[in-house]
Design a protein around this ligand. Sequence first.
Ligand code: ADP
Ligand code: MG
Length: 635
Amino acid sequence: MMVGKPTLRTCIKAERDMEEAKQLFKKLKIYSLLDLALIVPTSYNDTTLTPHLEIGKTATLEAKVLQSSVYNGKLRVTFALPAFGNRRLSSLFFRTTPYHYKLFEVGSHHYIQGRLEEYKGYLQMSQPRSVKEIGKVTPKYKTVLKESEIRSLIELYVTEKNLFNEGLDSKEVAALMHIHFPNAIEEVYADGRLKPELLEVLKFIEAYNHLKKLRGKRVDFPAIAALTGEIETFVSGLPFTLTTEQQQVIADIRKDLAREDRAAKRMVVGDVGSGKTMVILAAAVTALPHKSILMAPTSLLALQLYEEAVKHLPESMNVALVMQGHDEGDYCEADLIIGTHALLYKDDLPQAALVMVDEQHRFGTKQRASLEALVNRERSVGSVHRPNHAEQIDRKPHFIQFSATPIPRTQAMMESELVDVSLITTTPFEREVTTKVIGRPEFPQLLAHIQTEIAQNHQVLIVYPLVEESTEIPYQSLEESRGFWEERFEYVYVTHGKDKEKEQVLLDFREKGDILLATTVVEVGISLPRLTLIVIVGAERLGLATLHQLRGRVGRNGLESWCYLFTNTPGNERLQKFTQTTNGFEIAKLDLQFRDSGDIIDGTIQSGQRFKWLDMAEDEAVIKAAKVRLGSLEA
Ligand code: ADP
Ligand code: MG
């Protein structure tokens, strides 16, 4: 038979193996070669002969059978250990078969493996295995597959060649080869644990693999138009100088918008009060003479944005507002159309070359899908004038979203594979908010402080964990406490997430209120300039991101403000750390560091990918290196 030429039979077999492998990958829920390579053995079986006898540890020993007897159905074998001066060792086999009797015949030689024990000076090893080949290190995998299945997958696919093809370097390839095919246990473990240098490599590969998959998912479309309107007049007309970060983000955006071959997809993340509105307006000016659409999650916010737009944009620019049951200006003629969801129901909404979404984090999951709809809307305007109709269908407006939920820098680095990300980490003014953790004993002082603030015409917000009484939560609910406040104060307003009137309640409170009682789900979108004190009841139950959002409600106008975290567990380290910083990005990092602690109910902590080796709180440098590698391979 000729060598090297595949026969029909080997072809069929290869194909069948391929199909089998596919099924196994499915079972393992893995999608890439590196996913497979990252399935690291949970332990190794090492049959290297044990050099020193250590009681309590697994040992592999050469042994000669001296005696063998059956007693009560159990087989007792006495061995001599040639490597240790023929010291004796006795073994008991509980589950015995004729095979065992024959195997351990007197005079026979073995390599036995098991846990070494000592009893009254006698060495013992209960039910040892007879090892055929010594000096071998065999990895043990814990997966849904059979040991033999996973091992053959690894042997078949985790090869040097395949790993180099994935873009790994020789150090990383060597590390994976050691992990899966060690020659000696010292290559993998030090003190019974994965060696630190291997751990570093695994972190890198995990980050790299994740980024690679994300990058594969990004789909880009050509833009409707390149937008290059000048903004100097607008910027110099503002009553303040833009911060360096605002300028940087505007520059990022202008670079995106100037491209026609690729519609922008960018997420701008900046704390509450970091000045995102000016960035939005600068983008709308850049879009001129083309139209822009700006969507906000609530009518209050839309209205506020509209007011700011009218105040700061050049007079020649036409701004319109679209809300349910209330429009301002003619949106068909406007350069910038600001609105709520109502925008989605206008079927004569003109085509915009730029679509923006403010406070993206406050749209629900379902609503987010409809944001996409705003971008993917069938374009009617202009298509007939284009000679190539097919090309027109594939064009999309530039899309920029703004969010005030700071994400950890590491997460931003990951997400930037799918959308470009800009971070604004500073605010134009330092806000003066004192944060304190308090408990029941401090309640009288809190009450006194509330009275002082109200006496100065300031306002107070008290946030409760629940609307109705519950046995599960050791705090009073909104309804239970309501009476207490209403007896003592005159202008108490109450609202919660399901309250249909909440926007009106908030407006009334802004004008006339002293105290607002609410739940965490109430997003106070409007600015409340007189709000100087917030109390968060059961604060330890909330993620730090949520606490940060809530704290962001006070001190908006530079008034000295306070945030009280009311809790039954005042020693809580997470809360204590929170009192020491007001930077949202630092808080996002803290949230990551504490993600496994406690009973957080609001789910903010679960967001983001979890990794086996990579620590999103600490491994920024690793992710950076992985991004650089990925970039260098594409270049
Ligand atoms: P965000 O939307 O990021 O929460 P805003 O855009 O509402 O923040 O800005 C908060 C406040 O800061 C507004 O009153 C705004 O006019 C003001 N502001 C924005 N940029 C600057 C700046 N560069 N210097 C001073 N004040 C600014
Ligand atoms: Mg804003």
